[in-house]
Write a protein that binds this ligand. Structure first.
Ligand code: ITT
Length: 192
């Protein structure tokens, strides 16, 4: 089954391909303005725009890092936080903003939207809980992975193999539910 993933983020595309093994995932960038008030609104906007263009099953992801001490920032603005700076610099800046924080609770959130031609749209939201590390650890993953520590595994997401991250991540949890919806389409001629 062919599914379009509407994203300009190559790292996300790789993760979706790994999680959706057995499906044909095709990346296509979407240039919609992410001006929604929630991850769900933005994900739906991206998926709908690309679905309408191709008339093909499309998923999109809107995600971000929410830090309790920073009142949920960078949150919806995770990609736009310190725009034009590298992720190393963004991570360093967050560590500096957190230097006096006693509560380092954080979570990654992902909304995945699924748009199917002539069908209702579906959006699923999932989270991964963790804490902000005291410094940068690890070189795997992308974005804020080097400062996101998962206590259960005693390491940051950037210290995990891609297999482990994709087994426990916010993106994996949301995609697992989306996969159930997609699997319900199987057997229907037009989607085989
Ligand atoms: P698309 O909108 O084209 O999909 P994007 O990179 O702009 O790509 P978002 O708007 O969803 O994606 O921005 C979310 C940002 O949050 C993303 O660029 C990453 O920096 C960060 N992020 C999201 N998921 C992450 C993950 O699993 N690990 C680390 N950082 C992540």
């Amino acid at each position: 089954m062919k599914i379009i993933f509407a994203s300009s983020n190559e790292h996300k595309l790789q993760e979706v391909k790994e999680i959706f093994k057995g499906y044909e995932i095709i990346g296509e960038s979407s240039d919609v303005q992410e001006d929604g008030k929630t991850f769900q609104e933005n994900a739906l906007k991206k998926a709908l725009a690309v679905m309408k263009k191709n008339n093909c099953i499309t998923i999109a992801d809107d995600s971000g890092l929410e830090i309790k001490f920073l009142n949920g920032a960078p949150g919806l603005y995770s990609a736009r936080f310190l725009e034009n700076k590298s992720y190393h610099e963004k991570c360093e800046k967050i560590l500096e903003m957190m230097k006096d924080a006693s509560d380092r609770t954080a979570r990654f959130s992902t909304a995945i939207a699924l748009c199917i031609p002539n069908s209702k749209n579906i959006v699923e939201l999932a989270h991964l809980n963790g804490v902000i590390a005291d410094k940068i650890y690890g070189e795997n993953g992308f974005g804020y992975d080097p400062i996101f520590y998962v206590p259960q595994y005693k390491m940051t997401l950037a210290q995990m193999s891609s297999q482990l991250k994709n087994k426990i991540s916010h993106r994996r949890k949301a995609l697992d539910i989306i996969k159930l919806h997609i699997d319900n389409l199987k057997g229907c001629d037009c989607y085989s």
